[in-house]
Structures are given as C-alpha cells and as structure tokens.
Write a protein that binds this ligand. Structure first.
Ligand code: FCB
Length: 485
C-alpha cells in the first residue's frame, strides 16, 4: 500500500529509453558534485533575500488529537482502521508539537531559516468542519506563530494539508466541502490578519483527490470510478479557488496567496528543442485537471474530450473562481517523470519509471535532480508566475543513529543535487524566490507511518528528542553562506 507512486501515477510505458534513468543516476554520481568540490572556492551563490525554510504539516507533527477542542479528521479515522497505515501507526502523538512547538521553533532558529511552512488543522478551528469556531484551536496557532515571529521567522501557512474534518458529510465527494473550506479560510485569515502574510490554500491536489479516492491508499481510502474521481478533483480545485477569493476578501491587503501543488513535471529525455517542447506540452496536458485548470481558468479541451461522459459537472462561476489570480506558485518537487517528442496526435509520449530507476528509501521517491530545474522552467514558460517557491523538497533515508550521530550523507547527496538544479533555474533567470525543505524533523509519513524518515532532525519517538542529522548542519551552512555547499 505504501509503495505506490505518490505523484498518483501508475508505472507506465516502461521499456525504451533507459537513458531516462541514466540521466538521473549520472548527474547524481558525478558532474554536479565534482564541479562544486574540485574548485573549493567555486561557490554557487543564491540571490540576496532568497528565502530558506523548512516545511511540516499539522497531522504529521502535532499529536494532541483530543486536545484544545480539536475535532476528528479523516486521517484519525483512517489511521485507526486496521491495515491502512504501516505498523498501525497513527498521528495521535506524532512529534507532539502540540506541546513541544517551542522546541521546534528553537530548531528552526538554530538552522537559521527565515521562514517556516506549517499547516493549520481545519478541525482545530472548526471541529465540525463548519459552524461554530473553536477559540482554543485558534489560540494554539497564535502561540505558534507568535513564537516564530519572536524568533524572526516568517510563517507560510497552508490551510489544508489533508486532515479534513471527518464530520463533513461526503468529504470531497460533496461540493459543499469546497464552500466549507472557503468559510474556514476566510474566517482564519480574518482571525490571523495581524500575524500571517503568506497563505497556501491547499497541499498537493493529486494526493488528496486521487490517492484518496482512486487508489484508496490515503484517507478516506476510497476506490471510486472515473466520473466520481473527476468530480472530487473538481471540488478540490474549486475549494482552492473559493479559498483564494475568501482570503482576498478577509485578509489584510498585501497578503500573498498561492498554492502548494505536486504538479507532475516531465523532464525531457534529452535537452533538445523537440523533446523540451514535448515535455512542456506533457506537463500542461497531464495536469489539466489540477494546476493547468488553476493557472488557465479552464479545463483543456483535450482533457474534457478524453473524460467524455465522465467529465466533471461544472457550475457557472466555477472556472472563474478556480482561475483566481495568485501572488505566487509553490511546487512540491520530488520524483521526475519523463517525456519525449512523438509524431502522435499529442506530440509527446510519457515515460514512467524503469524497474531499475534509482530511488531513495521511499519506493516512490525516484531520483532525478533535473526535475527541479524543469519544474521551475516549465511552470515559468507555461504560466509566467511572478514568484515561484519550492514548498517541499526532501528525501527519506533509513537513518541510523550511530554513536549518537546520524550521518545521512545520502540525504545530503540528494538535497545538494536537487538544489544544484534549482540554482540552475535561477541562473537562467526564472523567478524562483525560496525553498522549503521537507522536513524539519522525522514525522508521521502518512500510509508509511513512522517507517520513513524525511527529517533533517532525527526524532526519537520514544523520548521526543529531536537530534540534528548531518543534513541539518549541512543545510544551516547553505543558509549561512547563501550558497550551495
Ligand atoms: C508530500 C507531502 C508531505 C510529505 C512528503 C514526503 O507529498 O505533501 O506531507 O509526506 O510528501
């Protein structure tokens, strides 16, 4: 269950072009590293004011699920259903950040980050999902945010990172959920108006729609048919759009609004004009029901034609809301897909992962640093956002504590190579303004429970101690120099 592709795609079109894997492995093992290492003094500086941050999410770190009036979520239900999460793990305690957030803020401060991407649990603010707000929930986030400000760290707040209040009938199958989300977003923006200047509406459309309602490996664990799934997807982008409108109406002017999406990014099989054009076209078309709809305010004809009778029901005004202008685009970047030029009607063919494609500890986390460059470049060339952030990038590793240390050289290798490709995008003039590393510390990794560690701090779940790994020291050095180390 835990091993499928987190981009929500099944493996496909294997075969041909082993070069796809070769590209990833080659850059990883030699070129980039040698260039930086050999010259010693050779630095790759990031622009002034480049934003360095870390990311987490409420259900993955908070615990305290019965405290402060929090209502239940679909992840509480799912994780308590036998067989759904590895080892029967739940987020009941997680990193206990509900109580230990001052410790987390201290970690962030020690790293030297200027920003922190955190999420608010909707069900702490509205325990029933809508209706009566819960002051204690709001107070908790005020305390966290005040602690961040006191440490000189700017919060970037995600309003929905999958922990949907379970008392909302019909979850994302119900169009009303999108309206409930907008009410929650507007209320929260008003209540935190003096504290928060940056919001991300939702996290990873493809995950909370497809993984949850098509593949059934995330809460609520449904395997619906195409028509229902397309409707769920539509409700997801609609929630985002109505959320943008609610934020604009309720947050102080100057508040910056964006989305954190895991758009599937196609890397050209080689960097020649025809393959580059094919990869860009694939990125636009294969994300038609998600980011493309949001950035263009319409569903592509090719998507609607392909969906046929299974196309979603769209009401007047929906597409205008969905296409609401954003202040920034944020992308979660992990595993690549590949595309090549073709003389078929679409002009491209996509290539999934090869059986031998290298991956990090999570089976879905195929390695391909070039995806970092192409994420920024394709998004820029397709939609011209004025600001792009990387809202997540990071790696799982089978971290071992040896003599009191975790020397996670594998994670450092991964991060260095991906950051090298983000740097390349900046060098080419694309507007990448910041980077949030996933994650501050090991936490509840959804269906993988606590078996997959993504942190740059090692969480000892028995004692709740957080111990900096080598990668934390490396990242703080990157931040201190504002350059790739
Ligand atoms: C992303 C999720 C995040 C975390 C990382 C590893 O898909 O947004 O919560 O699980 O993957």
């Amino acid at each position: 269950m835990a091993g499928s592709n987190r981009n929500g795609l099944n493996r496909r079109e294997l075969g041909r072009l082993a070069a796809g894997a070769g590209l990833a492995g080659g850059a990883l093992s030699s070129g980039v590293v040698r260039a930086a290492g050999a010259a010693g003094s050779m630095t790759r500086p990031f622009p002034d004011k480049f934003l360095w941050g870390c990311a987490t999410a409420s259900y993955q770190i908070e615990g305290g699920v019965h405290e402060g009036g929090r209502g239940p979520t679909i992840w509480d239900v799912f994780s308590h259903t036998p067989g759904k999460v590895a080892n029967g793990d739940t987020g009941d305690v997680a990193c206990d950040s509900y109580h230990r957030y001052p410790q987390d803020v201290a970690l962030l401060k020690a790293l030297g980050v200027s920003s922190y991407r955190m999420s608010i649990a909707w069900s702490r603010i509205f325990p029933d999902g809508r209706g009566k707000p819960n002051a204690a929930g709001l107070d908790y986030y005020k305390r966290v945010i005040d602690a961040l400000h006191a440490a000189g760290i700017e919060p970037y707040v995600t309003l929905f990172h999958w922990d949907l209040p379970s008392r909302l009938p019909g979850e994302w199958q119900n169009r009303d959920t999108a309206y409930a989300y907008a009410d929650y977003a507007g209320y929260t923006a008003r209540a935190l108006g003096d504290r928060v200047r940056h919001y991300m509406t939702v996290n990873e459309l493809r995950c909370f729609t497809d993984l949850s309602h098509l593949q059934g490996i995330h809460a609520p664990g449904l395997k619906l048919g195409a028509k229902a799934v397309n409707q769920v997807r539509h409700h997801g982008v609609l929630a985002h759009g109505l959320g943008v409108q609610a934020l604009r109406a309720n947050a102080p002017s100057g508040t910056q609004v964006g989305i954190a999406d895991n758009t599937v990014i196609y890397v050209p099989v080689m960097e020649t004009p025809e393959h580059i054009a094919a990869a860009r076209a694939a990125t636009r078309a294969e994300n038609a029901m998600f980011l493309t709809a949001i950035m263009e305010g319409r569903y592509l004809d090719s998507y609607l034609a392909g969906a046929g009778a299974d196309a979603p029901v769209v009401k007047p005004g929906d597409m205008a809301a969905i296409g609401s202008k954003l202040d920034f685009l944020a992308l979660n970047v992990y595993a690549p897909e590949w595309a090549r030029a073709s003389d078929n009607a679409k002009g491209y063919e996509t290539i999934g992962h090869l059986p031998q494609s290298p991956h990090m500890a999570s089976p879905w986390l195929y390695v391909g640093p070039e995806v970092a460059y192409w994420a920024v470049r394709h998004a820029s060339e397709l939609w011209h956002p004025s600001t792009i952030y990387i809202s997540e990038n990071g790696s799982s590793a089978d971290d071992q504590m040896i003599n009191g240390r975790v020397d996670d050289v594998d994670r450092v290798m991964y991060l260095r190579n991906y950051l090298g490709q983000f740097h390349r995008a900046i060098d080419d003039g694309f507007p990448l303004k910041g980077y949030f590393l996933w994650s501050l510390m090991d936490n509840f990794e959804w269906a993988d429970g606590y078996t997959k560690r993504f942190g740059i701090h090692y969480t000892d779940f028995a004692t709740q101690q957080r111990i900096p790994k080598l990668s934390a020291k490396w990242y703080s050095e990157v931040i201190r120099r504002n350059a790739l180390v």
